[in-house]
Design a protein around this ligand. Sequence first.
Ligand code: DQA
Length: 140
Amino acid sequence: MKIQIINGPNLNLLGVREKSIYGDSSFETYLVELRKRYPEIEIDYYQSNVEGEIINKLHEIGFSYDGIVLNAGAYTHTSVAIADAIAGIKTAVIEVHISNVYKREEFRHHSMLAASCKGVIAGFGMDSYRLAVENFKNAS
Ligand code: DQA
């Protein structure tokens, strides 16, 4: 089983950025634990701050992987283009957020992407990613 995790803008700063909201672990550190927990699953990771690069990655792997875990960061709330990319590929996408976006500013309450996704997981810290992987594993 192959799962792709995609992190969008500013998520390269996890562990440095707004620690009270996003915690103090880098994604790379978390990824080591996640891969240890699911040795039977190939978990690939990609991060970009650039909208078009996220779309290119979705196109590249969206017809061959078994699941995509996408934290599109702020693009979640703005990007029609990423929503169209999700709708256009074959692999199911789970939208994830580290923070509970519904507890935060109102502009974070709306997702442009959710309607094209299998589901949404938000507010469980880094564990949001694992919950998404677990869903794909159970569905396989
Ligand atoms: C986020 C929530 C978004 O609103 C924000 O722009 C992010 C991170 C999260 O994981 O909680 O960059 O996607």
